[in-house]
Ligand binder design. Structure first.
Ligand code: SF4
Length: 376
């Protein structure tokens, strides 16, 4: 894991130092992959980490946090004596809820450090730093562990790469933090820690809320090779320029090992959803996956795909080794996607994909954008 770089090692607290407890809050997203990976990194670095899944997504009209839910959140922060709380704000739609939670926590814990991260925080740090003490700008794994080390040692973090830091009236704006280039070096997500809670309505359930789900979701890659204008990947790929590859993949071995490990704790696992932006790998990766997956896992699986990546031979072979559901973005007609979305998929190509999925007997689910000025 790369967080053990020279700076982190030099600062890493020893046995006599005061390690703070970390809390990570996921908003309306029990599936939150980022929170689980960050938690795994912090635990691997020796920090007690509590994951709090605050409400689940039902539809886009977010059910506003109720007093009871906020009170339960406050109780968890107190119970675990958290010193730093990270709130995952994955889209601007969650900004107001993040403000509500931040203010509720401040009322009870004036000393608590509150950090916002996630796509919204990365893309709009100026707005977020008005509320948070810290904004994580970039992929958080390396930055978070460095921050925990500094706080635990009482070292100032105002110059820490990847962070916006607010201290009194002063705001320190550091450059975007490092991306994780070698995804295989990240620890697997952990589903067994007791330090996990799902807060919703009147109840607080201990344990990972996903562990009874029959569909195990995972990501084998980060980033995307495309830059559709409406998608955050078009902005993040620019923001991370100069940091190495934007689109990165894990090895087949790492993917299969994580599934096998998870299978031991997911009693009802019946299928896998590869949640990557697009299921795109090298020829050698596909060959190895197609050879090993049926024997070592053998569960049906589903993928997200972009029409330009669909080919008959590959999809026939993937179907034969378990692929049964595909999610494909159509978004709109060629005229609109080409002119407005910087997405150059012809109507003919979409039609060919649809016919192929039909021939292969795949359950194909299509995504379209309905609410833009051109198509309404
Ligand atoms: S293909 Fe999908 S994930 Fe990739 S840039 Fe386009 S919309 Fe975003």
């Amino acid at each position: 894991m790369r967080h053990a770089g020279p700076e982190a090692r030099a600062l890493c607290p020893g046995p006599g130092d005061e390690r703070i407890n970390l809390g990570l809050i996921s908003l309306y997203d029990v599936e939150n992959n980022a929170v689980r990976v960050l938690a795994a990194c912090a635990r691997a670095a020796g920090y007690r980490t509590v994951e709090i899944y605050f409400k689940d997504w039902v539809n886009n009209s977010l059910d506003w946090p109720r007093p009871q839910e906020l009170a339960n959140l406050v109780r968890l922060v107190r119970k675990h004596d958290l010193g730093l709380v990270g709130i995952s704000v994955r889209a601007s739609a969650y900004h107001k809820v993040a403000v509500e939670i931040t203010r509720a926590l401040r009322l009870h814990f004036p000393e608590l450090k509150i950090m916002w991260g996630g796509t919204h925080a990365i893309l709009d740090p100026e707005r977020c730093i008005r509320e948070a003490d810290l904004v994580c700008r970039g992929e958080g794994e390396i930055t978070l562990v460095r921050l925990l080390d500094r706080i635990s040692l009482g070292v100032d973090c105002s110059d820490l790469l990847g962070l916006y830091v607010r201290q009194g009236q002063e705001i320190y704006r550091n450059p975007v933090g490092p991306t994780v280039q070698a995804l295989d070096e990240l620890p697997f997500r952990d589903y067994t820690s007791p330090d996990k809670y799902f807060v919703m309505g009147r109840s607080v359930r201990q344990g990972d809320p996903m562990v009874s789900d029959p569909c195990f979701q995972m990501m084998n890659s980060r980033g995307c090779v495309f830059k559709c204008a409406y998608c955050y990947n078009s902005e993040l790929s620019e923001l991370y320029k100069g940091q190495g590859r934007y689109y990165r993949t894990r090895s087949v071995d790492s993917v299969l090992q994580e599934i096998k490990q998870a299978r031991r704790v997911f009693p009802r696992m019946k299928r896998i959803r590869f949640d990557d932006e697009v299921f795109l790998y090298s020829k050698a990766w596909y060959e190895e996956f197609i050879r090993r997956y049926p024997e070592e896992v053998g569960l049906p699986f589903e993928v997200f795909i972009e029409p330009r990546l669909v080919g008959e031979e590959l999809f026939t072979r993937l179907r034969d080794c378990g692929l049964d559901v595909v999610y494909m973005g159509i978004q709109n007609t060629y005229r609109v996607t080409h002119e407005l979305y910087d997405r150059h998929v012809t109507d003919q190509k979409v039609l060919e994909c649809v016919q192929l999925f039909h021939r292969l007997g795949l359950d194909a689910r299509y995504q379209v954008i309905l609410d833009d000025v051109e198509s309404t």
